[in-house]
Write a protein that binds this ligand. Structure first.
Ligand SMILES: [Zn+2]
Ligand SMILES: [Zn+2]
Length: 368
């Protein structure tokens, strides 16, 4: 059996940074006590680091799920570098490989190699870390390429020097270095690592049972919204991971906020009917295994999807007609109002048909 070669620089950092933090943090607290301003700064910096990885490295650079203004890109690249997770180019190239070869030998953080391996074990080995970069679109982006070329000095400057300087201005350079530097890096790294381990272990396979990725609100809390990972693997181009408004996905809210202030545009979203189709497909396969007749499931599935399509079209027609009706002359108003009532009635029928179909479907799922 051949011995796996160790990727020493990464391995040493992953061991020495938390170890150093563990030794220096008590020394810092002993001499300086709790400095709330430094803790608050570290917390804000940690959130910014995580969001630069999730909204920047992941959803922008790896998946192009939206377009970003150069200011947003520069911020993601600078703050992202401070997280010591590699350059955006390398990170994205590895991540794209993960999506293409999920659960297979070429998946750099293949969950079938074990929880620990997918979590951070893979980072210790040359074979999994030292893979050729394959992201020609990103290599053409001078900002991404610049961050890649000067990654190590940028990471040290933004990850350690900057928080040490800010800590010094707040009264403790050591506090800045240990809490907003080392500790922040160790914790934000773990948050990313959970995406590759927990997101492929804990939760439901809502949209595809063929892949290990899972949806879990609990993991979403630990990972700034990346926990709806089954959805993400099925629809990687969508800028959201949590699609319902109440799904905990701060990354999606950040992207939407950037859009509001003009720093992000062309937010890509999968149509609702496609999402439902995938979900029903996955559930139908499950029901068929439990003995439900496939033809009947297919008929019901088509009925639900048709009702949803009709609902969407009628809703759009109704909204458009309402705008048109408001502009019409008074003598034509009655005819328009009548048409509006008709549209409203058809829309309600479609909604009822959709709800009934879904109810029937859920009853099937609940039955043994
Ligand atoms: Zn994944
Ligand atoms: Zn992804």
């Amino acid at each position: 059996m051949t011995q796996k070669r160790i990727e020493w620089p990464v391995a040493l950092f992953l061991i020495l940074n938390p170890l150093g933090t563990l030794i220096l943090a008590p020394i810092y607290f002993y001499y300086y006590g709790f400095q709330w301003d430094i803790l608050l700064f570290a917390l804000v910096f940690a959130a910014a680091t995580n969001l630069s990885i999730t909204a920047g490295y992941h959803r922008l650079f790896s998946h192009k799920s939206y377009d970003a203004h150069p200011i947003a890109k520069a911020l993601f690249l600078l703050i992202g570098a401070s997280g010591f997770q590699g350059s955006a180019l390398k990170w994205s190239s590895d991540h794209r490989r993960h999506h293409t070869h999920i659960d297979g030998d070429k998946d750099p953080y293949n969950i079938n190699e074990g929880f620990w391996y997918a979590h951070m074990g893979w980072l210790f080995y040359k074979d999994s870390v030292d893979q050729k970069i394959q992201a020609p679109d990103l290599q053409k982006d001078w900002m991404v390429q610049f961050q890649h070329d000067y990654y190590v000095p940028l990471a040290i400057l933004t990850g350690f020097a900057l928080p040490t300087l800010i800590g010094w201005m707040m009264g403790s350079a050591l506090g800045g270095f240990v809490i907003a530097g080392g500790l922040r890096i160790a914790l934000t790294q773990q948050s990313t690592f959970f995406v590759n381990s927990l997101c492929h272990t804990l939760g439901k396979q809502t949209y595809s049972k063929e892949i290990s990725a899972r949806d879990s609100w609990f993991v979403a809390i630990l990972t700034h919204g990346e926990g709806y990972h089954n959805f993400h693997h099925k629809f990687q181009i969508d800028y959201r991971n949590g699609i319902k408004w109440y799904h905990w996905d701060p990354t999606k809210w950040v992207i939407r906020s950037l859009n509001l202030v003009g720093l992000a545009h062309k937010l890509r979203q999968i149509p609702q009917v496609e999402i439902l189709k995938a979900r029903l497909q996955a559930e139908a396969a499950e029901l068929a295994k439990r003995g439900f007749a496939e033809e009947q499931l297919l008929v019901l599935k088509e009925k639900i999807l048709e009702a949803q399509n009709r609902m969407k079209k009628l809703h759009d027609d109704y909204e458009q007609f309402k705008i048109d009706a408001a502009k019409k002359r008074a003598d034509l108003k009655v005819a328009y109002d009548l048409k509006l009532v008709e549209l409203r009635r058809d829309l309600e029928i479609a909604q009822l048909e959709f709800q009934m179909g879904m109810k029937q479907w859920k009853l099937c799922l609940r039955s043994v």
